[in-house]
Design a protein around this ligand. Structure first.
Ligand SMILES: [Zn+2]
Ligand SMILES: [Zn+2]
Ligand SMILES: [Zn+2]
Length: 113
């Protein structure tokens, strides 16, 4: 039997672990995998979420965009209720609906175009 190594970092697997040495490695691998997967689908013109053909020149199909929008709307509503930044959930800058970072970022983005 060969020695099993962690798929992510290549270190020896502790007894009882099948593919990854730690929860962190498992998550890192998943992230990496998702990124590659999304890039591949994008290149093929498929929805990044479900793999159906993407529409309207976007990276996703219409039903998935709807779902995503709904989820975002719920998240934003929850953040509004709790008084957190509507974009990232960090504490808001006083007098604004967003945090300092998000405000800086969005003004950068706007002037950069
Ligand atoms: Zn590892
Ligand atoms: Zn989709
Ligand atoms: Zn923010």
């Amino acid at each position: 039997m060969s020695v099993k190594l962690c798929h992510m970092c290549g270190s020896d697997l502790p007894k009882g672990c099948r593919r990854f040495c730690s929860e962190k490695c498992r998550r890192d691998f998943q992230k990496e995998y998702n990124r590659e997967y999304a890039a591949k689908r994008r290149a093929e013109g498929l929805c990044r979420y479900c793999g159906e053909p993407a529409t309207d020149g976007m990276a996703s199909c219409r039903p998935c965009r709807e779902k995503y929008r709904k989820r975002m709307r719920r998240q934003i509503a929850a953040r509004r209720r709790t008084g957190l930044c509507i974009r990232c959930g960090r504490p808001r800058k006083p007098g604004y609906r967003q945090c300092h970072l998000c405000l800086t970022y969005s003004s950068m983005w706007r002037s950069g175009r």
